[in-house]
Structure formats: C-alpha cells, structure tokens
Write a protein that binds this ligand. Sequence first.
Ligand code: PLP
Length: 243
Amino acid sequence: MTEAVDPAARTAELEKGLAAVRSRIVSATTASGRADEPTLIVVTKFHPADDIRRLARLGVTDVGENRDQEASAKSEILRDLGLNWHFVGQLQSKKAKSVVRYAHAVHSVDRPQLADGLARAVAAEQDRSGRAALECFIQVSLDDDAGAHRGGAAPSEVGPLAEQLAAADGLVLAGVMAVAPLGASPEASFEKLASISERLTADHPAATGISAGMSQDLEVAIRFGATHLRIGSDILGSRPAVG
Ligand SMILES: *Cc1c(COP(=O)(O)O)cnc(C)c1O
C-alpha cells in the first residue's frame, strides 16, 4: 500500500478529524446526561494500514473493518499495535475461521448459521492460540421493507439468536447493532434499537452493548444509548474508490 500523500500532512489531517469527532462525542454525551462515554471504533475500511498506524499513535485503540480479506491482511501487518479489531460487515459463515484469528468482536451476527460457524471457529482457535472469547453483537434490521435492508435479523429473531450465542462457549453476547436505514429518521431508528436492547437485557442482563452511530448520526445514537460508535469518513475523509 503505497501513498501519494505527504505523511506529515496526512497525520495532521487525521489528528484534526479525530479531535473534531472526539469533541462531538464529549458534547453529545454531556448533553444526554450520561456519565459513560461510548467506545469509539474508527472504521478504517479501504484506507491503508499506514493510516491505522497513525491513528494508533493518536490514541485510537479500536478499529473497524468490513471485509475479511482486507481486515486479515491489515491486522497481520499491524499485529505489533495490539489494537482491538471489530468486524462490522456482512459475513459469510465460511469466513468465520479467518475472522476469529484477528477479531475482538463481530458486530454483524444476524443468523443462526453464522453464529454456529463463529462458535465452532472460535473454539478451534482457542485450542490453537488461546485467544479470548469473541464478543458478538446481533445486527438487527430496522427496516420495515425486508427487501431493502442492509443485513440484519428481524427484531423477532433477536431472542432465539441471543439464546444461541449465550449458550456457546467462546462467544460473549455483547448486545445489539444496527445501521439506521437510508431515508428513515435516525431518531425513530435508534429509539427502536433501544427498545430492542431493553428486551434483550431483560433476559441477558450483561448484554448491554448498543453498537450504533456513524459519522452522520452519532449524536442521535448517543442520545439513544449507543455504547459503541462506528465512525469512518468524518475521521479519515472519503473512502478511496474500490478497485
Ligand atoms: C462504513 C461503515 C461505518 C462508518 O460509516 P461512516 O459514515 O464512514 O462513518 C459504520 N458502520 C458500518 C457497518 C460500516 O460499514
């Protein structure tokens, strides 16, 4: 991954983006009367490993990726940084084996077959490397139009999926995740997610995670209880075109 940019200028650009986002997070957290600040996951998909190195020097500890091949390569190159890698994209069950080699958490568990694949893969990986348990967020579709959704289980499927994840050795049921549907109000979407989270924690009190909020809607997500924010473009700039 070669760079056409001036390294010092790029570092300054990232520092500025990160500072702006961190200040938005502090303001929104204070405005919502919360004492606990959500975890910032910087979504680095399509951006080079050098950018992640710069972000780590700026204090970033958690990064998000949405394609296994890319995440696997970057995490290998950046092993020395000790970052937490969050997988946030749609995931094929056959990729589970690869993802458990580097991922600290998967935010896109949305069907029994994938939960099963991750459970088997993490058990094998724990035998091999002694890795920690894998945190799993259930991705929920907040879109009423099933044909248009961007991945995710229907709200009615969350209960059974949660039982499955909670019962699996090596998996930790962390909570729920969603992307606000295009065209819908983020307020209505994240309010719905908060109520789904509330139902989940009634049965699974430790599964308090709410992974919600991107560059455009992080303030609303914080207002509705987000514990994990997934921010890309407002820190890194627009994503390079995919080849
Ligand atoms: C890309 C991506 C993000 C980050 O989105 P930005 O609008 O760039 O902040 C967050 N969540 C998921 C699932 C993504 O794929």
